[in-house]
Design a protein around this ligand. Structure first.
Ligand SMILES: Cc1cc2nc3c(=O)[nH]c(=O)nc-3n(C[C@H](O)[C@H](O)[C@H](O)COP(=O)(O)O)c2cc1C
Length: 339
């Protein structure tokens, strides 16, 4: 590995490469985490889960909380606004086997923010820190990290609340923060402010800082580390449908040409993902998951628009099989109209 790209440390956990899979609602589920691991993703985070749901033994919790021996180290992400409930949820995740507990103070989705959760906390530093302290008291033996945005509003020029949360959290003992360099207002639009990441890292030179925002390719991930000095980077939208990104970052860091999957590799991977999703969630939900992912995998295909349209129209497993046969057929089968 090039000296610029050092392993990442979260508490006592050492992660051998500093580009990891971020939390992605609807995407960073166990099936996709295992797919990304097979391309050497060294660390993954679940999607954000509501704190109180972690305390109920029900179907939704069983669906969200799926772990596998091959899926470590892994962070479980929770969001909420009551320190006591967040602390209980963190303890529940520790019992289930999560290696790191990540607190989400970043989610910009209106129905989350209006319920005073997620990104809402970026404007409530005192409350946010109460939550942090309650969680740390409850699980002193497990690393706790935060997902933050650079500010709540676009107009927050001083970012005062950000610094208050970040400083208070490090003083309280969090193991690291991941900063999405957009404001909550920005949601996922506009540009991420990488300059802000540089400032965060220079303010906390000895702390673990992960950066997030506008990492579309493997080259972007490594550029963020070089340009801003952050200790690690999360691949988010850039990783949806491109698990190869985790191999590509290692290729580039080692001075090799980054691998580009051909149609045979794409077929093999998509088939494996389909099988995993069906094994983990059953055939109905597995098919739904793959329809969603298929749309993203289509970006790699020589005819993305056609594959995307075929994915959108999938209703049955037969539709799926027909799509695979039409667009991802094995060259050796002699049927390869689109490869
Ligand atoms: C579909 C989608 C779902 C997301 N879900 C979560 C989530 O559950 N928890 C979280 O902390 N961030 C979530 N994020 C934010 C990403 O982790 C990441 O910070 C953001 O997309 C910025 O990175 P990017 O511009 O490289 O995609 C989500 C983003 C997207 C696009």
């Amino acid at each position: 590995m090039s000296p610029t790209f050092k392993p990442l440390k979260i508490g006592k956990i050492e992660i051998d490469f500093p580009v990891v899979l971020g939390a992605l609602a609807g995407y960073s589920d166990l099936s996709y985490r295992l797919i990304c691991r097979s391309f050497s993703a060294p660390y993954c985070t679940t999607e954000a889960m509501l704190d109180h749901q972690m305390l109920l033994e029900n179907k939704l919790r069983r669906k969200l909380i799926k772990l596998d021996d091959a899926d470590h180290p892994v962070a479980g992400q929770i969001m909420g606004n009551d320190p006591a409930v967040m602390a209980q949820a963190a303890a529940a995740l520790r019992e289930m086997g999560f290696d790191v507990i990540d607190l989400n103070f970043a989610c910009p989705v209106s129905k989350v923010v209006s319920k005073k959760r997620g990104g809402f906390m970026m404007g409530q530093p005192d409350r946010a820190l109460e939550i942090v302290r309650a969680v740390l008291r409850r699980i002193p033996d497990r690393p706790v990290t935060l997902k933050l945005r650079r500010a709540l509003h676009e107009s927050d020029e001083t970012y005062e609340d950000f610094w208050k949360i970040a400083r208070g959290a490090f003083d309280a003992g969090v193991a690291g923060i991941c900063v999405h360099a957009r404001s909550v207002d920005q949601k996922h639009g506009g540009r991420a402010d990488w300059e802000f990441l540089s400032r965060v890292k220079s303010d906390f030179p000895d702390r673990t800082i992960l950066g997030s925002g506008d990492v579309h390719t493997a080259a972007d991930a490594l550029r963020m580390i070089r340009q801003t000095g952050v200790d690690g980077v999360i691949a988010a939208r850039g990783a949806i449908g491109n698990p190869w990104i985790f191999r590509q970052v290692r290729d580039i860091a080692a001075g090799r040409e980054p691998c580009q999957p051909d149609i045979d590799e794409q077929r093999e991977l998509i088939a494996r993902h389909f099988q995993l999703a069906c094994e983990i969630y059953g055939p109905r939900r597995g098919l739904k998951i793959m329809r969603n992912f298929g749309i993203h995998y289509s970006r790699m295909h020589p005819h993305p628009a056609k594959v995307r349209m075929a994915c959108v129209n999938i209703k049955t497993e037969n539709d799926w099989t027909a799509l695979m046969t039409t667009y991802y057929a094995d060259r050796d089968s002699g049927h390869h109209p689109y490869g």
